[in-house]
Write a protein that binds this ligand. Structure first.
Ligand code: KMH
Ligand code: ZN
Length: 276
């Protein structure tokens, strides 16, 4: 089987230190979290920016500081910036990190409820807008799909030429408002994408490790991290992102799946250009 790409979503925009003190906010904290995740086997760092008090931000300067800090310790790791940001951010705010010409970024493929009164808005025109910016700069996208309609949207925009091949999907399952992360959900999504597309799963909360197992067994890739899940196991908070990556690396070993280096991940995903 192909090697396993592990992505670590180290901080996100919603989780806080009051939920788990290990959630990194500051530049040194995010730098250390990314470095440790990389040493444990992550080849992609899914990056959100936070202010020192934890407020999520898409500020271009803050992203640049974070990217520089991560590169200092892990020069070859793939940094995937978020264009999702946090619920309520404007389109132009969300697109700011793309100005830094990152190597990879997320492309969220549809709108969904996001718990309580929150709605994470990704209209068709939003998706086309971000895809076009990324196409112009040769930024590789990860197609974040929180339910089946998002997969259909991505495939439709691919057919229309807005979303280019090679397609790499990320099934983010278990958000309060999106699709759950049961095995049947995973299989339905996996069977809905073209045979030559790649996919990764990001299980939210308790779905993180069961979904990682399904993906590892079926040739898919895996995202873990405190953005998605705060617990190492039931009632045990993870002490770090590293612990979550180590756990998924252990599952990969159990199934005889080797772990991809960043360079190998670039080849598997068909990434053409390497950005600073
Ligand atoms: N914070 C969520 C509202 C992404 O990174 O592209 C959106 C999110 C997706 O995390
Ligand atoms: Zn994210």
């Amino acid at each position: 089987m192909n090697k396993l790409i592990i992505t670590c979503a180290i901080t996100g925009a919603e989780v806080t230190k009051s939920m788990n003190p290990a959630v990194p906010y500051t530049v040194p904290e995010i730098q250390e979290a990314a470095y440790e995740a990389y040493l444990a086997g992550a080849s992609i760092i899914h990056l959100h920016a936070r202010l020192d008090d934890g407020t999520p931000t898409q500020d271009r300067k803050r992203y640049q500081e974070l990217i520089n800090a991560i590169r200092e310790k892990a020069p070859d790791v793939i940094i995937q910036v978020s264009t999702g940001g946090a619920v309520g951010m404007t389109r132009s705010e969300r697109g700011a990190p793309l100005e830094l010409d990152p190597e990879m970024a997320t492309l969220d493929c549809g709108t969904l409820n996001f718990g309580g009164d929150d709605i994470f808005i990704n209209t068709e025109n939003d998706i086309i807008h971000f895809a076009t910016l990324m196409n112009q700069k040769g930024i590789h996208y990860e197609l974040e799909c929180f339910e089946k309609g998002h997969v259909d949207m991505a495939l439709r925009l691919n057919k229309k030429g807005f979303i280019k091949d090679p397609l790499h999907f990320s099934f983010v399952l278990g958000v309060n408002g999106g699709m759950t992360g049961e095995e049947r959900d995973f299989r339905f999504l996996k069977d809905s994408i073209p045979a030559n597309a790649t996919f990764s799963v990001a299980g939210i909360g308790r779905y993180e490790f069961p979904l990682a197992r399904y993906a590892i067994q079926t040739g898919g890739h895996v995202r873990v991290g405190l953005e998605d899940n705060l617990y190492l196991e039931k009632n045990v908070l993870a002490k770090s992102n590293r612990e979550l990556v180590e756990k998924v690396a252990g599952i990969a070993k159990e199934f005889g799946r080797m772990i991809a280096t960043p360079e190998e991940a670039r080849v598997i995903l068909g990434m053409e250009k390497r950005h600073g």
